[in-house]
Every structure is written in structure tokens, then in C-alpha cells.
Design a protein around this ligand. Structure first.
Ligand SMILES: Nc1ncnc2c1ncn2[C@@H]1O[C@H](COP(=O)(O)OP(=O)(O)OP(=O)(O)O)[C@@H](O)[C@H]1O
Ligand SMILES: [Mg+2]
Length: 685
């Protein structure tokens, strides 16, 4: 598999039981001791639960024989508990026997309940610990997975894995594991006692187990299938809600609220039906199990009575029969529980599977052995015959793979330290794709990206990325104060440095006017700022990092007229002295570039200085012509109609939009009327 291939699955799917053990042992960390203690507590619980019916059996047998003795029959009394210990009883044997047996029952019950509670406490501690470790691990793991993974997964699905699936595993350990283990140990203990006293009863009891397993298997399979559907349906619900929330503007402006609503309600209905189906299956299973329990009790009574009549001494008396009936009841509860928990486990296995799949994913972009920490870069950036294609969506499955078209073909250029190189081209030409290869958001399929003469894959990811700053359109801000947002890429920055960066980014002025100044809390994604203000904060963020390599991907796109000049000035300052690759169609920004690359359908079409490209004609020359044409248009509009249109990028954009499409196409690209992405030519500002 090539390096740029999808995040790879390390192991084939394993049994989910192994998965559970694996997850518990891997993520219990230093609390493995807790699970061992829980195990001991469960053994105490099951042991005492097995002893109590034997104590009752003893007292029944004792009374049976005592009554026969009182009736004048020549029988030998069983040894009293003190007699067992070789002690003579000074009080009457009846009193001692009853007193000791009842005391025994009370003490056993105390130990039994204590074991039960302690096991639950230990498992709660252990479960929380595993859940915590698992969550923290997944959060870190998700940050390392490449963009390919994110292109192919829906955010809601990933969210479900980190939240509900982890919670399911956590809950299982806390509330179900003690039930499953406790029941299993108790069943084993009871069977051992039965085999020691009357193996025939044990055989009958054991015979019924395969029957129960068969029935439960039938139901659990159906429950599992429905659960799987339910969990994917819940994932879809989360995704749908997430999508609606993040695109609320579009939903509201297009008046599609009721359509979205009906879609959502149909999905909810589906989830509800599945949940009801599961409940019905579980109810039927419970009924069958209870009836089977009654049948088994009847069988044991028949067998016990037969055995007592045949040989009362060797069977162990009426007391033992009573103990067995109690055992069957005691055992059926746990067996039923085991089967019920098995259902929970069925539900859980879907969660385990998706968590396991996620854990197994190895980031496609990662530090290979032999990488070293990059020294401070001079900033010589080089693309050497770079090929790149986005992995197809089907590549994670075994389905037929459609080879995706190459997004970049044989890209070859270099940027000397401190140079500014601009990249222009139609929408979909591959500009963003090119710059994403520099911080290794993706790796090329063939060819190399080099910095200071080394393939960037030789550097550790951290040391590479720490020396690159990227400003993208629609600055991404986080909930928190402005200070935190500016210092995002360098948390150790001082207050003075933060203010200095804000000043350089032309952001200080508006920040100072905010009610809380630099400590103003931004809403989610910085919703309480204008586009231009957000962008200037993003620029300040790049200033404070002061990295030798700078990537600007349409940094002034979508910014209001008023801010555009401020943003452009800030960007020009930012670019000074840094190896810069800027994607922009803003002539004021790219005219200063040392070199301009025209990219078309993933290939370099033209490369040269502003003057060279103007002379040669082509996309860039046309872009310039169009811009100055628009300026004339704006000027004449100003003089003729007295309308003042802004002369910056935004004004140009508005003017472009108002142009008839044929004119745009003609003026942008004389030879090429069909754009490289499905026949659309988009005029960019
Ligand atoms: N995540 C992705 N998965 C698959 N294909 C993609 C992905 N992102 C981009 N592409 C494809 O790669 C090609 C280049 O896209 P790219 O984003 O680099 O274009 P661009 O030049 O930056 O365009 P724009 O000016 O619109 O930003 C396009 O054909 C696009 O459809
Ligand atoms: Mg782009």
C-alpha cells in the first residue's frame, strides 16, 4: 500500500469477546488490580450463595431424624456442628444446632451481600477508568487520523463512537459485567456441589443448558441484527441533526425547515420501531426461559423423589432435595440473567466493533521509523514531480474500486527562502490540494515535497507542522477568548506578544473596542465577529507563530469591503521574509509575488513573474485585464451614475457577478470555454 493510501486497518476483525478483554486490559491502565479484587468479591458472593442452601438442608435433615428419634425409631443423630469440631455441647444439642445454623446463615448472607456490593463498587471504579482512558485515547487518536478518514466518515458517526459507543462499553463493565461473571461463577459452584452429592441431578440440569443456549441463540441473533440496525440508525439521526445545526443558515434561508423536519421524523420513527422490535424479542425470550425453569424444577423434584425412595441415605435426605430445588431457582435467575446480559452483550458488540475499528485505524500520515526532528528551516520549499489523487470513497471496503482521477500531475516547482509564490487557476484546478501536501495533511502518491533539501516525510510531523502557518478562508476560531484564539498555535506566547501580533494583523483596533477587549469570549466558531475580523484574528495567529513557511489559501475571500484593505495590508506584512505560497486572485496581493504559477487540471500551465505572464498572455493576463477593466467599469459607473462602488476585491467580485457569463468566460480564458471541473468556469475575485 502506498503511503498516501487510506488509514489502514491493522488487524482483521476478531471475536468481540476478545475485543472486550483487549479493551479492558489495554485501557484499565494501573487499575487492573481493581478488576482482580472484583473477581475475588464475586467468588465470595457465589461461594456463600452455594453454602446457604446446604445449611438449610442440614437443619431439615437434622429435624427429620430428630422427629424420628422422638417417635421412638432407632436412628443415629447426625453430629451437631459443635460435635463436628470435637466439642461437647453443654447446652442441649437442638438449641446449639439451630443457633449455630441460623448464625451461619446470617454471617453467610452478610458476606454474600458484602461481596456483591464490593464487586459492584470495584467494577464501577474499573469501568469509569476504562471509559475515561478510552475516551482520552480516542480523542488523541482522532486528531492523528488523516483527512482521508474524515472525508470518508460522517461527523455524527465519529461523534457516536466517541460518546455513545464508549458509554455503552463503560456501562456494560459497570452494571452488566458483575451480573455475567457472578452468574457464571455461581452456576459452576452449584454444579460442583450437585455432582459431589447426586450426579444424576447435575446431569439433568446440565442437559437443559444446550436447549436454553439454542433458544437464546435464536433470539440473540435476531436481537443483534435489530440492534445493529438501531445503532446505525441512531448514528444517522445524530448526523442528520448535526448537519441541520451546522447548516442552519441555509436551511432557514431556503425555507427547507419542514422538509428537514419530516426527514428527521421519518428517521426517528425508524429508530423507534427497531427499539420496539428489540423489546418484543426480549420479552418473548424471558417468557421461554421462565417456563423452561419451571420444567427443570419439576424434573429435579421427580428425580430427587425417585432417588430418595431408592436410597435415602446416599442421596443425603429430604434436606438435600430441598437444597436442590432452591439451587434450581437460584441457578435459573443467574442463567436468565446470563442470557439477558448476553443480549446486552449483543447490543454491545456493535459498539465494540466500531470502537475496535477506530482503534485499529493507523493514521495514513504518520511518523515512519527513522524520522528526525527538523532543525529551524531556512525555507527552501520544493515540489518534485508530485502526483496526487484523493483516495476513492470505496477504498475502505472490499467493493470494486473506481480509480479516482489524479488531482495533481507531475507538479514541479521550487520556492527559494523568503520568496513569495502565488498560485492562480480555475476552481477545482488543484490549488488547495497542492498546499495541503506541505503540512502533510495528505502525502503524495509519487514524487516528493522537500524543505531545505529533505523529503518532508523525513521530519517528524510535529517538528514539520510547528514551522508552517496556514491561513485559510473562513478563519476557524474556537470557543474561548480572543487571547486564547490568537495564541492557539503558540500557547506560551506572552500578553505583549499577543497584542503585538494583533496590531500587525490590523486587529488591535477592533479588539480594543470590544466590551471585554482581548478577553471577549467568542461564540462557537467566532460567530459574534464579522468575516473580516475573524480573518484578521487568524492572521494574528499566524503572526505570533512567526514560522519560516507560510501558506495562504484565499485569505481574503468572502471578506466585507471595509475589511478587505485591512486584511490585505496585514497579509502583506505577514508575508515579508517568509517562504510564502499564496493562493489568491486578488491582484493587489499577488502582484508582489516573485513568481506566479498558473495551475490547470492539476498541472502547471504557466509559471513566471507578473511581467512575463502578462507578456505571454493566458489565464493570468486575462485575470489582470479583467481586473483593470472592472476598475474602469467601476470608475465610469462612479462618474456616470454617481454611485460609489468599492474598488477592492469585494467590489470587483460584485462587479464580476453582475457580468454576463459569456463575457466572463471569454475574458478569463479565451481558448478554454469549459472549465476543468465538469464544465463550469467560475470567475474568482
Ligand atoms: N476531499 C476531497 N476528496 C476527493 N476529491 C477532492 C477533495 N478535495 C478536492 N477534490 C478534488 O480535487 C480537485 C482539486 O481540488 P482543489 O480543492 O485543490 O481545487 P482548488 O484549485 O483549490 O479550487 P478552488 O479554487 O475552488 O478552491 C477537484 O477536482 C476536487 O473535486
Ligand atoms: Mg481551494
Amino acid at each position: 500500500m502506498s503511503k498516501s493510501s487510506d488509514d489502514q486497518k491493522v488487524s482483521a476483525s476478531r471475536l468481540n469477546l476478545n475485543r472486550l478483554v483487549e479493551i479492558i486490559s489495554r485501557f484499565s491502565g494501573n487499575s487492573r488490580r481493581i478488576f482482580i479484587m472484583a473477581g475475588f468479591m464475586l467468588i465470595f458472593e457465589a461461594g456463600t450463595a452455594t453454602l446457604i442452601p446446604l445449611l438449610v438442608a442440614y437443619i431439615i435433615n437434622y429435624l427429620d431424624i430428630r422427629l424420628a428419634q422422638i417417635g421412638g425409631k432407632p436412628v443415629v443423630l447426625p453430629l451437631s456442628p459443635l460435635g463436628f469440631l470435637g466439642l461437647h455441647s453443654f447446652i442441649g444439642p437442638d438449641l446449639v444446632t439451630v443457633a449455630l445454623v441460623t448464625l451461619g446463615i446470617v454471617i453467610m448472607t452478610m458476606i454474600n451481600r458484602l461481596g456483591n456490593s464490593m464487586a459492584e463498587v470495584y467494577l464501577a471504579q474499573g469501568g469509569r477508568k476504562v471509559g475515561y482512558n478510552l475516551r482520552v485515547f480516542l480523542y488523541g487518536h482522532l486528531q492523528k487520523l488523516s483527512l482521508t478518514f474524515y472525508n470518508q466518515s460522517r461527523t455524527g458517526d465519529i461523534l457516536t463512537r466517541v460518546t455513545s459507543d464508549v458509554a455503552a462499553v463503560e456501562d456494560f463493565i459497570i452494571s452488566d459485567l458483575s451480573g455475567i461473571l457472578g452468574s457464571a461463577i455461581l452456576i459452576i459452584f452449584i454444579l460442583v456441589v450437585m455432582i459431589l452429592n447426586a450426579w444424576q441431578v447435575a446431569v439433568v440440569t446440565v442437559l437443559i443448558i444446550p436447549l436454553m443456549a439454542l433458544i437464546s441463540n435464536y433470539f440473540t441473533n435476531r436481537i443483534k441484527a435489530a440492534s445493529k440496525k438501531l445503532s446505525s440508525s441512531e448514528g444517522e439521526l445524530a448526523s442528520a441533526a448535526q448537519e441541520m445545526l451546522t447548516s442552519i443558515r441555509v436551511v432557514q434561508t431556503y425555507g427547507q425547515g419542514s422538509y428537514e423536519h419530516s426527514l428527521f421524523s421519518a428517521q426517528s420513527q425508524n429508530a423507534m420501531n427497531l427499539a420496539l422490535e428489540i423489546a418484543a424479542l426480549e420479552a418473548r425470550l424471558n417468557w421461554v426461559v421462565s417456563v423452561l425453569g419451571a420444567v427443570l424444577t419439576a424434573a429435579v423434584i421427580w428425580l430427587g423423589v425417585y432417588l430418595i425412595f431408592r436410597d435415602p441415605i446416599s442421596f443425603g435426605g429430604i434436606g438435600l432435595l430441598a437444597a436442590y430445588v432452591r439451587y434450581i431457582q437460584d441457578m435459573f435467575e443467574p442463567t436468565k440473567k446470563l442470557i439477558e446480559e448476553w443480549n446486552t452483550y449483543g447490543k454491545l458488540s456493535a459498539s465494540l466493533e466500531s470502537i475496535g475499528d477506530l482503534i485499529d485505524l493507523q493514521p495514513a500520515v504518520r511518523d515512519e521509523p527513522g524520522t528526525f526532528t527538523a532543525p529551524p528551516f531556512n525555507g527552501h520549499l520544493e515540489f518534485r514531480n508530485v502526483h496526487f489523487a484523493y483516495p476513492s470513497n470505496t477504498s475502505t471496503n472490499d467493493e470494486v474500486q473506481v480509480k479516482p482521477p489524479a488531482a495533481l500531475k507531475n507538479l514541479h516547482f521550487d520556492i527559494q527562502p523568503g520568496q513569495v509564490v502565488a498560485m492562480v487557476g480555475h476552481s477545482g484546478a488543484g490549488k488547495t490540494t497542492t498546499v495541503q501536501l506541505i503540512p502533510r495533511l495528505y502525502d503524495p502518491i509519487a514524487g516528493q515535497v522537500l524543505i531545505d533539501g529533505h523529503d518532508i516525510r523525513e521530519y517528524t510531523l510535529d517538528s514539520l507542522r510547528s514551522q508552517i502557518s496556514m491561513v485559510v478562508p473562513g478563519a476557524i476560531l474556537f470557543t474561548g477568548s480572543i487571547v486564547e484564539n490568537i495564541a492557539y498555535g503558540r500557547p506560551e506566547a506572552t500578553g505583549a506578544e499577543i497584542i503585538e501580533a494583533a496590531k500587525e494583523a490590523n486587529a488591535d483596533e477592533f479588539i480594543s473596542k470590544l466590551p471585554d477587549g482581548y478577553f471577549t469570549i467568542l461564540g462557537e466558531r467566532g460567530a459574534n465577529l464579522s468575516d473580516g475580523q475573524r480573518q484578521r484574528i487568524a492572521i494574528a495567529r499566524a503572526f505570533i507563530r512567526n514560522t519560516p513557511i507560510l501558506i495562504l489559501d484565499e485569505p481574503s475571500t468572502g471578506i466585507d469591503a471595509e475589511s478587505a484593505d485591512l486584511v490585505q495590508n496585514a497579509l502583506r506584512k505577514l508575508m515579508k521574509g517568509k517562504t510564502t505560497l499564496i493562493i489568491s486572485h486578488e491582484p493587489n496581493l499577488i502582484r508582489v509575488a516573485d513568481k506566479i504559477i498558473v495551475i490547470k487540471a492539476g498541472e502547471i500551465e504557466q509559471m513566471g513573474t507578473h511581467d512575463e505572464l502578462i507578456r505571454a498572455g493566458g489565464f493570468y493576463a486575462n485575470l489582470n485585464k479583467l481586473h483593470s477593466g472592472q476598475r474602469d467599469l467601476v470608475n465610469s459607473a462612479q462618474t456616470t451614475a454617481g454611485i460609489v462602488l468599492p474598488q477592492n476585491g469585494k467590489g470587483l467580485k460584485t462587479a464580476l457577478v453582475n457580468q454576463p457569463i459569456e463575457k466572463l468566460v471569454g475574458s478569463l480564458d479565451n481558448e478554454q470555454h469549459v472549465g476543468d471541473t465538469g464544465g463550469q468556469v467560475t470567475g474568482r475575485d
